[in-house]
Design a protein around this ligand. Structure first.
Ligand SMILES: C[S@@+](CC[C@H](N)C(=O)[O-])C[C@H]1O[C@@H](n2cnc3c(N)ncnc32)[C@H](O)[C@@H]1O
Length: 289
């Protein structure tokens, strides 16, 4: 099946689960937008128990969100294209505070329509001082990708994404890399991706509780298989696609809004441990060479 014709919308329910988790953090507008979400979510999250593993996950997604902002600030790019943004309002938040930003926030049409309703409901659209565009884009559609990127003027561009590559097989990843590479060659700039996930060890998989519905969702989308074998393997993959690793984000765990909740229920031996949590993911700034 041509990749632009595959039904990627089966991935979209994951964005809702992520937003509901982010609703427990101070990520801009996450609480407000999460409160507008209707119906059940696909990961079967333990919102009632709010146990240790619940907060660990919230911590992971909060850290991932800020890791993109951290690298984005270091690029000083004023033109930003976010792919598969889900219900994140990073772009609108940036445009509310900075009138020099042109942010194009994209996802599949259904997600964009729901997000537009949320923005309307919260009356945020007129707050933007910068140029904020919320547009449907199937990132796997090379022509649509190019058309969307051509909306920016020639200045350097930052392309950002989190939560997409683990849903793509190797050929799909290569196809996406091709679109990103040719866009960055034309405009200059960087790709910031938080999707450098490596396969989990058997012990880690055994330790992490997963609901039946989440396990099924992950199996259906081959999540574990789609992850990289290791960080060097990920770097080699991006190199083959014409990218150079410029830098990696560093996580300031102590500064996360989720920390007070997590510390309250953290088992004694984890609290006393001087070790950081096991590294399952990295956020990289890449340059097209
Ligand atoms: C795990 S969610 C991540 C959402 C958001 N980036 C976040 O971290 O909260 C995956 C997102 O990818 C989007 N998606 C899946 N396939 C896509 C494609 N081909 N083009 C654009 N977006 C896609 C889904 O609609 C969904 O919003």
């Amino acid at each position: 099946m041509a990749q632009s014709q595959k039904d990627y919308s089966s991935i979209s329910p994951s964005a809702k689960s992520l937003l509901l988790m982010k609703g427990y953090t101070d990520i801009p507008y996450a609480k407000e937008t999460a409160a507008l979400m209707q119906g059940s979510e696909v990961f079967g999250l333990s919102f009632d128990e709010q146990d240790f593993w619940f907060w660990i996950r919230v911590m992971h997604f909060e850290a991932r969100y800020w890791s993109i902002d951290q690298l984005l600030k270091q690029t000083d790019c004023k033109n930003i294209l976010e792919l598969s943004s889900g219900y994140s309002l990073r772009g609108l938040d940036l445009c509310i505070t900075d009138d020099t930003i042109h942010y194009i926030d994209t996802d599949l049409p259904e997600v964009i329509a729901t997000k537009q309703d949320m923005i309307n409901h919260l009356q945020l659209a007129n707050e933007a001082k910068g140029k904020f565009e919320l547009l449907p884009l199937n990132a796997m559609d090379a022509t649509a990708f190019e058309n969307t990127a051509s909306r920016f003027n020639a200045k350097p561009l930052a392309i950002v994404n989190e939560g997409l590559l683990m849903y793509l097989n190797i050929d799909e990843k290569k196809q996406l890399c091709k679109s990103i590479h040719s866009t960055l060659k034309k405009h200059g700039g960087y790709w910031i991706t938080a999707d450098v996930y490596v396969k989990r060890s058997a012990e880690m998989t055994a330790e992490l509780p997963q609901s039946k519905s989440e396990a099924t969702f992950f199996q259906q989308h081959n999540i574990e298989e789609n992850k990289f074998d290791s960080y060097p393997a990920a770097e080699a993959f991006f190199k083959e696609q014409g990218f150079e690793l410029v830098k990696e984000a560093t996580i300031n765990y102590a500064g996360l809004s989720v920390m007070p909740h997590l510390l309250k229920i953290m088992p004694e031996q984890v609290r006393n441990s001087k070790e950081p949590p096991p590294k399952i993911q990295a956020t990289w700034m890449l340059k097209a060479v």
